[in-house]
Design a protein around this ligand. Sequence first.
Ligand code: FE
Ligand code: FE
Length: 262
Amino acid sequence: MNTNITLRNYKLDSPTYIFYKNQHSNQSLSYVEEKLKLYSTLDKKTMSMSYALSLLDDFIDPSDPDVNIPNSTHSYQTAERIRKVRPNDYELQIVGLIHDIGKVLFKFGEPNYSVVGDTYVVGCQFPKSIVYYETLQDNPDFNNPQLNTKLGIYSEKCGLENLKISFGHDEYLYLVLKNNTNHFLPEKYWNIIRFHSLYPWHTGNSYREFMTSENEILLKEVLDFNQYDLYSKEDTDFILTPKIKEYYENLLQKFFPEELKW
Ligand code: FE
Ligand code: FE
């Protein structure tokens, strides 16, 4: 383990900057509504969770300044970090393993900015806690007086689950988990997945005005999960052994014994 690495260090005019400039100029309220409509139908593919994970073998996240390994490796690293600390918490281990599987969106031809990156709420004012905030000036909603207010189209304490979030792998896997009933992952974990990239909320302290008391619990759960997701990237000497693979193959069979609609 290398503990000298600085994570989430975002530089100007880096590939990461260009990525976010694209995300911020495209992901508006109407863009998100269109994507939700397109992917709620789950008629793109039928496949097992295990097969979906294998699809991440050749995907490297272009938005992440800390990761240049295939995303499937990052999935096993995150799960293994959790297993070390919580050997009997199979639910959280499986969440670690699958949390980024929504990135299969790139197989459906989605541009990177529709798949990865930190997310933010659309339909209300953009808080300054969003990474590369200045590039949001190119967002079609930025100068819309109805949307560019503190609450926008929402009301106070309406609940995080009722906000529209920029579309990507979080929301997509949430849709898959919610709309397939033939699996055994409890609902509480769908929400950890759904909000894991919402950095302006869980780390930037924004969007508090929309939170319910249940959302306070969710915030703790997301932050708890985030430490395993983020710091697994320091495990640069990680080797995926057949034994580790077999352990998670069994776990996947337990929670997701059947194929799912995607
Ligand atoms: Fe992620
Ligand atoms: Fe991740």
